[in-house]
Design a protein around this ligand. Structure first.
Ligand code: URA
Length: 432
């Protein structure tokens, strides 16, 4: 079978067979298919989409390209959560300890930042000593002993995704439903979780900009999961403005700890509690969302979730003193305010542009091998719907360079202050 014929079929809108998809994935992993043909295939898929059957075949071929984790030595139903990526989205960091504090094992395999979106692993690495690359046996032991771990893909999980992902990033084929769905689900199926809650982001800061596309992606993800017998559901949550107030690695760890102390902004707290409640119901520890949510909230008031977070940090080599002394993480030299030019109500904060600004300060990667500056980022002082007076600070820039005129201009261009603001909806839909 020639790769050029497979590309041709997809380019002309044909439905690929299992054998053709397998040939493509095998060739990517072995290196027999050159990057230029893989890129052409990705672009053809981007434009012509895939049928449900093709999406499932692609997911399974990518999943089988590597190892399958066996979590059977960990007692109980294992529950995980995955987000399609956003700005200020540190949800996993407080969520895993909240759920684990209720005795539900959370084996979480997370990713790094991509484009304007942050990555859970990068954020955790802001904690001195925290190791995200641990062996499979240490990962299993930690989930057995502590009830949770947040790590990078151990060993050889879905190597096809690693290669395809790197090419998608540089060929502008990231925001494709079949490619996102197969990328996420191949890793999640390989990671062996029993149940999965997916947080599909929608809006300016998400890969899917419209509710309609986000709904299609959510249905594709849930459909693939259910097809392999995984208990799977999705929520669609808003990513037009950043989530919470903090954007940037150390700043987001601090906000995650604040959440575990019951002191975080309302939007991030609400999302974490909603996702947590779904995970608890899926685990069978509660019959309904209301009870499950109350259980999650109790882990905050009784301090058990904060304790779990500290246990996880320590087990992965990190310094748990970060809980009371966030200043042990890298600190920015300059804190620069962005004063409002007019009085009114904040009507728009473009999430993707806030993410890009944080990346340009050094908080994200512009090239794959860029070193991150964990200290830098942005703290939103005003969000959509907040009243503001001229001269009041809209946000604070945390920077290690003094001259941030370029960043300030970008931020001003992407925050609107008007007379009124549209009401803001955080959680749009639930897809089962
Ligand atoms: N996260 C992934 O793992 N893959 C994608 O394609 C997008 C988000």
């Amino acid at each position: 079978m020639r790769m050029v014929d497979i590309i041709d079929k997809k380019r002309n809108g044909g439905e690929l067979t299992q054998e053709e998809i397998q040939t493509f994935v095998d060739g990517v992993v072995s290196g027999e298919i050159p990057d230029y043909q893989t890129s052409a295939f990705l672009m053809a898929t981007y434009f012509k989409d895939m049928t449900d059957a093709e999406r499932s075949e692609l997911t399974m071929a990518m999943m089988k390209s590597g190892d399958h984790l066996d979590l059977s030595s960990i007692p109980g139903l294992k529950v995980d959560k995955h987000s399609t990526g956003g700005v200020g989205d540190k949800t996993s960091i407080p969520l895993a300890p909240i759920v684990a504090a209720l005795g539900i094992p959370v084996p979480m395999i997370s990713g790094r930042g991509l484009g304007h979106t942050g990555g859970t692993l990068d954020k955790l690495e802001a904690i001195p000593g925290y190791q995200v690359e641990i062996s499979e046996s240490d990962f299993l032991k930690q989930v057995r002993d502590q009830g949770l771990a947040i790590v990078g893909a151990t060993g050889n999980i879905a190597p096809a995704d690693k290669k395809i992902y790197a090419l998608r990033d540089v060929t502008d084929t990231v925001d494709s439903i079949p490619l996102i769905a197969s990328s996420i689900m191949s890793k999640k199926i390989a990671s062996g979780t029993d149940a999965l809650v997916i947080d599909v982001k929608t809006g300016a800061g998400a890969f899917m900009k419209t509710l309609d596309d986000s709904r299609k992606l959510a249905k594709a993800l849930v459909g693939i999961g259910k097809g392999v017998g995984m208990d799977c559901m999705a929520i669609i949550s808003d990513m037009n403005q950043p989530l919470g107030n903090a954007i940037g690695n150390a700043l987001e760890i601090k906000e995650s700890i604040d959440l575990l102390k019951g002191q975080a902004p309302a939007d991030i707290t609400e999302l974490v509690m909603t996702l947590g409640a779904h995970m608890v119901v899926m685990s069978g520890k509660a019959d309904d969302l209301e009870t499950a949510r109350a259980m999650c909230e109790k882990t905050i008031t009784d301090g058990s979730a904060l304790q779990k977070f500290g246990d996880m940090v320590a087990a992965q080599g990190g310094d748990r003193n970060v809980i009371d002394h966030p200043e042990i993480m890298p600190q920015a030299k300059f804190k620069i305010e962005l004063p409002a030019k007019t009085s009114g109500v904040v009507s728009k904060v473009e999430a993707d542009e806030m993410g890009i600004a944080s990346m340009l300060l050094g908080g994200g990667r512009q090239k794959a091998d860029d070193q991150l500056d964990y200290a830098v980022g942005i703290m939103m002082n005003k969000k959509v719907g907040d009243p503001v007076k001229a001269g009041e600070s809209l946000l604070t820039i945390y920077s290690n360079r003094e001259d941030v005129a370029d960043i300030k201009q970008r931020l001003y261009d992407n925050i609107e202050v008007r007379d009124t603001a549209e009401p803001f909806t955080l959680i749009h839909e639930t897809i089962r």
